[in-house]
Ligand binder design. Sequence first.
Ligand code: BG6
Length: 458
Amino acid sequence: SRWEADALVIFGITGDLAQRMTIPALYRLERRGLLDGPIIGVAGSELTDAELVVRARKSVEEAGGPVIDAIFDRLAGRMSYLSGDATDPALYERLARMLTGRRRPLFYLSMPPSLFGPIVEGLGTARLTAQARVAVEKPFGHDLASAIELDRQLRQVLEEEQILRVDHFLGKEPVIELEYLRFANTAMAELWQRGRVESIQITMAETLGVGSRGTFYDKVGCLRDVVQNHLLLVLALVAMEPPVGPSAKDLWDKRVEVLRAIPAVEVGNYVRGQYAGYRQTPGVAPDSTTETYAALKLEINNWKWAGVPVYIRAGKHLPVKDTEVRLILKEPPRLGFMPDPRRVEPNQIVVRIDPLAGMRLQLCALGESDEWRTVPLDTIFARELGPAMPPYERLMLAALTGDSRPFARQDAIVESWRIVQPLLSYPPPVHPYPVGSWGPTEADRLVAGSLPWQAPWV
Ligand code: BG6
């Protein structure tokens, strides 16, 4: 029978991510009647259980939507607080006492990665890990070497199957949907290959800047923050072969296989940008060269995708909030049927991940006055399928019920660091760009020979 948690322990319960995402997700799971067992929050500050509950209530309120007292009280009734230092062995002894009788705890580490090692060691020494699972939040390292080292620390105590690496993009409905769109539809399968596709564009545009996260972000930058993890995983889903079965191993074997086929990106195929005013952000070095925009070109050297360039761009302070995958199809071979043959715009398949998940097929049609025009064939997933479960809720539920499919496997993480490692070792200069623009114009040269960067579907 499947593993199921009988207790949840959240390290870093007072942290930003736990307050903004994890606690509201737990409230929604409680509302659906999907929680079972105690929840222990761990953090450094001295708080009483009652004070933790007050904070939790505030988190749920700030996440929006009405708070139903009966449901919140049920959640609050599960919660207790444990204060202590993650590097102090006494903390784990106290935790072990609180977990008496619980055999399968889920430890959820909403903590900086530098503490992953000490925490699992503490849990191991207190004999809490035998049947436990441990969820860790990104970043999984800051380069290839540190990602391998971080895993080595975790693996001193845990088996790979016990580690759940949380990448919230893998909890997004349209990202999961990619598998269905591709493999449950022959129409898509026919188009989704090098014979039909001219290029692939993946865009993750955000309108906000780094805000109050300057200290964190300045050490990280756009490539590490969203490309190495979120977008390369999305690409793996876009390009992978159909899995042979439904298990986590089946899925990840195929994802890893396609990542392995992607050569490390050449530094010449990478353009970095920084928005105007970034250096004045609190926590950011006044002479920072950290990128807030990254664009790159890569290829997938396998049978299905050889010769199809993949363009990825991501950035802060761009004109719109939009994350999408765009397959640009090849042009029709001949337009002789037209009275006045002219190049038409190639068809495109767009899967929009955010903000409104959906899919578009962009076609060419005859408009009035004998001119071709593009027409969209759209579907908005939520309208057809109902509202999707938000990512953190979905991932927490999966973690609690032992479903490891939406959690990144270590070999996938290692492959994705390998792909970007030259760009980290030899970063090209960073180009300034105005707030609200599409990033530095230098990025246009990357797409030379393909269709230019396309305006996203908004
Ligand atoms: C996070 C990054 O992982 O993803 C943030 O650290 C980014 O910088 C965020 O804003 C975007 O997530 P979403 O779900 O809003 O697309």
